[in-house]
Design a protein around this ligand. Structure first.
Ligand SMILES: NC(=O)c1ccc[n+]([C@@H]2O[C@H](COP(=O)([O-])OP(=O)(O)OC[C@H]3O[C@@H](n4cnc5c(N)ncnc54)[C@H](OP(=O)(O)O)[C@@H]3O)[C@@H](O)[C@H]2O)c1
Length: 268
């Protein structure tokens, strides 16, 4: 049996991506094989998505179009032997944070590598994926990879040197946004709103703000000026936000994740 897409490591990110691909019908379940060491996890994949599963990473590495390597960076050395017999036309996509193309190409010489940094909104086709092409990737392989990630959101091709920054901002970003949303919802509850209402108000306010920025092409600073009337409620709220140093805290958050991505790359 041959599979078009092989996935090595069926964890959180792999699941988000495969869920999006299946709902977009880019692949049928029968065209995907996921390899994973744990039997319970393999059973979960089989039951939930109907894809083929294997305990052997070699089975995923035998896919004819794309092999997705979705293990943790620390686990990379465990999976390289499986990739040694990769088919010449197959492109290997690494989502490993911080692991350089040079490291990947050295670990598996002969393979056509691409580094991809998607984020978890790919599971609802609202992700953004940055791609950095390795030296051996041909045009057909680029199209396969672009098509795969375009099915689940936006795609940007970037120089490899940007990828740790992309990881820190967009890869980890959904977790920061979720934490901020929790704070806003709790704020609504603090001032007396029922939690379901506070949640609805928060989610739609954030979604609406993003839509406004994207559709009007204005900067966040311009949007803030539109809302902030002299002596008003927004000005009072923003004074508190600025006094707490929220902007600096967010910058440090991205910086800390960037440094972690660099450190993980060095230990892989
Ligand atoms: N989560 C994100 O939002 C995100 C975003 C962008 C990129 N990434 C990247 O995606 C990769 C995976 O992250 P994740 O969050 O999905 O982590 P994860 O949930 O831990 O997924 C990795 C999976 O690989 C499995 N695994 C361990 N050793 C293996 C082996 N030898 N062969 C095959 N599978 C093996 C793990 O099994 P066990 O559960 O048994 O350990 C785990 O289920 C990382 O390199 C990360 O940098 C993640």
């Amino acid at each position: 049996m041959t599979y078009r897409l092989g996935v090595i490591g069926g964890g959180v990110l792999a699941e988000a991506l495969v869920k999006g691909l299946l709902s977009e019908h880019l692949y049928a379940p029968a065209e995907i094989l996921v390899s994973h060491p744990r039997p319970d996890r393999r059973q979960y994949w089989q039951d939930t998505y109907g894809v083929a599963v294997s305990s052997e990473n070699r089975a995923a590495a035998a896919a004819t179009e794309v092999v997705l390597v979705a293990v943790k960076p620390q686990q990379f050395s465990q999976v390289t032997p499986a990739l040694s017999q990769i088919h010449p036309q197959t492109v290997v996509v690494s989502v490993l944070a911080g692991v350089a193309l040079a490291t990947l190409e050295q670990a598996v010489p002969g393979a056509a590598w691409v580094r991809a940094m998607p984020n978890t909104p790919v599971q609802v086709r609202a992700g953004i994926t940055a791609l950095a092409w390795g030296s051996r990737v041909n045009e057909m392989q680029k199209q396969w990879v672009e098509r795969l990630f375009l099915a689940v959101g936006q795609v940007v091709a970037v120089p490899e040197s940007y990828l740790n920054g992309v990881t820190a901002l967009a890869g980890s970003g959904p977790a920061y946004v979720a934490a901020l949303l929790e704070g806003l919802i709790d704020g609504g509850v603090l001032v007396g709103l029922p939690r379901p209402l506070a949640t609805q108000l928060t989610l739609q306010t954030v979604a609406g703000t993003v839509a406004l920025l994207q559709q009007q092409g204005i900067t966040p600073a311009e949007l803030k000026a539109q809302v902030m009337s002299p002596g008003g409620t927004t000005a009072a709220g923003l004074l508190s936000l600025e006094t707490q140093g929220v902007r600096g805290w967010l910058m440090q958050t991205v910086q800390a994740a960037y440094q972690r991505a660099q450190a993980l790359g060095q230990t892989a």
